[in-house]
Design a protein around this ligand. Structure first.
Ligand SMILES: [Zn+2]
Length: 113
């Protein structure tokens, strides 16, 4: 399962940061998931439960924050919301404008003790 390896890397990142801070436990993890990142948040939620076991994140709560996808139209110099990768630009009708956000998956913040 793809999401399990993602969850494990989230726990690894959280653990690394906590240890660097001299913390003993991680109490909260905020995760940002772009709507076009290809990550299933329900599966990620489930995978997190397994991934935190026997780690210093085992008592952590996690929060998955959705990041809506946005692209930029160079013609109109405007941003617009993107619901999938296959829709055209609402301003000029072109496909494949650069995505400004929506493909990311990252650990946004941590609370450690
Ligand atoms: Zn455009």
């Amino acid at each position: 399962m793809h999401e399990l390896s993602i969850a494990m890397s989230i726990v690894e990142i959280a653990t690394d940061h906590a240890l660097k801070d001299g913390a003993e436990i991680v109490t909260e993890i905020e995760i940002e998931v772009g709507d076009l990142s290809g990550v299933e948040t329900e599966a990620l939620d489930f995978a997190m439960e397994a991934a935190i076991k026997d780690t210093i994140c085992r008592h952590a709560k996690w929060n998955i924050v959705h990041i809506g996808a946005k692209a930029f139209c160079p013609e109109k110099k405007k941003e617009y919301d993107v619901s999938d990768l296959y829709s055209s630009c609402p301003f000029c009708g072109e496909y494949g404008h650069e995505l400004k956000q929506g493909k990311e998956m990252r650990v946004k913040s941590l609370i450690v003790e």
